[in-house]
Design a protein around this ligand. Structure first.
Ligand SMILES: [Cu+2]
Length: 111
């Protein structure tokens, strides 16, 4: 009976530990474009995580990056559409909008 109780408590311990780790592994963040600005000016994420760039303005945005670490161009899209970017290389990435030059944010990807 003692062994059985130990077995049961081990299962609960494992479940408690593994759940938050799993949630953390698949983290997806959302950065809105609203009032011609990014909702975050800086975001630190881990390599392998993703960001959804969501347009919440009544006009188009074109989110892109020319950074050496990772470059991308999401093209123009209207509200309430979002496009997902996977960040898999560590470093600092400047993110801008091709339509509104004042829009800028930094994504820092850590290992
Ligand atoms: Cu824009």
């Amino acid at each position: 009976m003692k062994n059985f109780m130990y077995f049961i408590s081990s299962i609960f311990t494992l479940a408690t530990i593994s759940t938050p780790l799993l949630a953390e592994d698949v983290a997806t963040y959302t950065v809105d474009q609203k009032d011609k600005a990014f909702s975050k000016s800086y975001l630190k994420i881990k390599a392998g995580e993703t960001i959804d760039f969501r347009n919440m303005d009544p006009w188009m945005h074109n989110v892109f990056s020319l950074s050496d670490v990772q470059s991308f161009d999401l093209g123009s899209y209207p509200t309430p559409q979002a496009k997902r970017v996977l960040f898999d290389k560590p470093g600092k990435i400047d993110v801008e909008c091709a339509i509104h030059p004042q829009m800028h944010m930094v994504v820092e990807v850590v290992k």
